[in-house]
Design a protein around this ligand. Sequence first.
Ligand SMILES: [Cu+2]
Length: 279
Amino acid sequence: MRKLVALTLFALVPCLVARAADEDKWVTVKGKIVWDTAKGAPPKRTPQVATKDEEVCSKDKDFVKEEWVVNEKTGAIANVVVWLAPEPTAQQIKDLESRKLRDFPSFQANQIHPTLAKPEKQQVEIDQPCCRFIPHVLVARVGQDVLIKNSAPVPHNAKWTSRNNDEFNPLIPSGGQHLVKSLKSEKYPIEVGCTIHPWMKAWVRVFDHPYFAVTDAGGNFEIKNAPVLGGKLRLFAWQETAGLHGGAAGRTGHPIAVKAGTQDLGEIKFEFKASDEKK
Ligand SMILES: [Cu+2]
């Protein structure tokens, strides 16, 4: 019996060691994107005005402009897309600055946590239950499909403008839907509008890795199981009106130091240059 216990323990030890070593490789990065109140009060949310189908739009309790969603008390900014990238080499940074290298380096397949090798689900959705797109900002992974639904009693359309994922504008009748199959990687956001209700807008960003998030109403984001690599990663943040956090310099992201476990970056004051703001 003693021999059996010893054998069992002997067999278990390598597994424990292997797991511990593996846990050293991954980090959950979280933080909170906030308005920099020192630079002025955050934009107020003003009611949206329906110029068509008013009776449908008025059923929406949250029918307000969506260009900025900032909590006036806490400064928390919702709908900010946050993502990670590996730290580039010195040469890659030079080439990015001179624009010889156009795309920021991304994660290799072997740098992705095994549980995140494939997207969690094949399909992500956008609905138009009243007179806006929900969600307003959607993030997706290469290979996923986007189902654009219309659960409103009136027709909508989905004017989709992208670089790598086509352009189209299908009419979507009440109860109808339009499927966008197998997304390709996009460096820039995809813009979705409805020409019947010109104020309607949604944004889709597509990533070739799983390390992205959208801030919630509290400005919070959490990106799970990113590779620690050499303890350095780059953080990017994008807001639809302001563009990239840090303005044009934000194209190369913001270096962050990470170690295995959970890395809480705390409050990040979202910076943008007034000239970057798209009205
Ligand atoms: Cu519409």
